[in-house]
Design a protein around this ligand. Structure first.
Ligand code: ADP
Length: 410
């Protein structure tokens, strides 16, 4: 009913009134003094021992806004937020009160204490922040070209008590790049298939033309072009299937040891048995001792085949193609060296991209699909291999892959 201090004053006043009334009623001075002192002492004891509950009660009923429990002010929250990889910003009345390490890295330390609309300078962000939290407001907003052209982030907010909110930013640039790569790949593959298909249809129509007086020789020439283009399409489809199979397996490490010398010998024997005279120029340099790596036999066979056939296609006819296997410091290195025009330095980093060719016409004329080295790169990665392409214009090219030997740590 009364606060502590008021109660004490009232108690002391009542002791004083009782003492005055006792004196007026003719009581003894000593008795009245003793009773007054006892009353004061009792009031003081009660005052000292009563809790300050009345004060606290007044705060709970009308709390200042800063004492509302909020996640932003939780002692462990800032520490937890710093561990998060995504930038997180806490705001109160749109003023940034908290930013985790990732947010400081992205936006700078000056954002603490700034208005969130100036901290994240983007038109879409400003518009979204104005009505975030309103009924029907979008859950997430996309920030194109933020913080630099070509990048994209998204931003979402969690509303907390009062005017507090947490804003979380996510980097979508890598996902966008992967989407772009996927659609470029589909467009490139369609283009690659369309070119031989158009040639096949053209020659078939010419042969079918009743007016056509194509004689035996012309007919045979047209048919051989049709066959070549159909084989090109077939190779392309096989390479596309290979790429998708290898990609599907990419997180599955090969679990069995395989003998690399045997795989290389088998590949070379198969090429020598084919009709290409260049295969007879392969010089095989294998060590006596077997060289084992953890691997997928079929995929390694394809890797060896692709690297050697490139040397056959792009090396100069009449020059040797040296295929060597060596063991060095816990690794096994396969290398294929040819003599030919070589590759200009600027092309080297892009050779393993799908459909990248230095000279498109030349690649097509030798039956290339532009996927051979992309397949090599994927197979090499699955086997923890290190692929290296070294070339000198006018001299030739050396392609090597070094794998951890079986039993060695990668
Ligand atoms: P392709 O089917 O066109 O041969 P690859 O992916 O195997 O495709 O190779 C990509 C490009 O790299 C080739 O088009 C060619 O320009 C170049 N290249 C690859 N290997 C060699 C080599 N041994 N010598 C010269 N150029 C090469």
């Amino acid at each position: 009913m009364f606060d502590r201090l008021s109660s004490l004053i009232i108690a002391l006043t009542m002791v004083a009134i009782a003492a005055i009334l006792s004196a007026l009623a003719g009581g003894q001075a000593l008795t009245i003094t003793l009773l007054a002192l006892a009353g004061c002492a009792a009031a003081a004891i009660v005052y000292a021992s009563s809790p300050a509950a009345t004060n606290a009660g007044a705060d709970t009923h009308a709390p200042p806004s800063s004492s509302v429990p909020s996640l932003l002010r939780h002692p462990g929250f800032a520490r937890w937020a710093d561990e998060e990889a995504a930038p997180m910003i806490g705001t109160t009345d749109n003023i940034v009160t908290l930013a985790n390490k990732a947010a400081i890295r992205l936006l700078g330390p000056h954002i603490i204490g700034a208005d969130i609309r100036t901290a994240i300078r983007h038109p879409a962000a400003a518009e979204w922040l104005a009505d975030a939290g309103a009924a029907g407001a979008r859950q997430e907003v996309s920030l194109a070209d933020f913080p630099r052209p070509g990048h994209r982030w998204t931003m979402r907010a969690a509303m907390l008590s009062g005017s507090d909110r947490i804003i979380i930013l996510s980097d979508r640039s890598a996902i966008d790049a992967a989407d772009r790569m996927r659609s470029d790949f589909v467009a490139n593959a369609s283009h690659e298939l369309r070119t031989p298909l158009a040639a096949i249809l053209g020659y078939v129509e010419t042969l079918q033309d009743a007016e056509s007086d194509a004689g035996g020789d012309t007919r045979r020439r047209f048919l051989s072009i049709i066959e070549r283009e159909a084989r090109r399409m077939q190779q392309l489809v096989l390479d596309l299937l290979s790429i998708s199979r290898i990609e599907a397996d990419r997180f599955r490490r090969p679990a069995a040891p395989v003998e690399l010398s045997a795989i290389v010998s088998a590949s070379v024997a198969q090429l020598r048995g084919g009709g290409d005279p260049r295969a007879q120029e392969i010089v095989l340099k294998l060590p006596e001792a077997p060289l084992s790596i953890m691997g997928d036999e079929a995929q390694l066979g394809q890797l060896v085949h692709n690297i050697i056939t490139n040397a056959m296609k792009y090396g100069r006819a009449g020059t040797p193609i040296i295929v060597a296997l060596e063991r060095e410091a816990g690794r096994v290195e396969l290398s294929v060296t040819d003599e030919g025009d070589g590759i200009e330095r600027r092309h080297l980093p892009r050779l393993t991209e799908r459909f990248y060719r230095v000279d498109e016409a030349r690649s097509r004329s030798v039956g290339g699909t532009g996927l051979g080295l992309a397949i090599v790169k994927h197979i090499s990665e699955r086997h923890k291999g290190e692929l290296d392409i070294a070339s000198e214009v006018g001299r030739g090219t050396r392609v090597s892959v070094s794998f951890p030997a079986a039993g060695e740590r990668a």
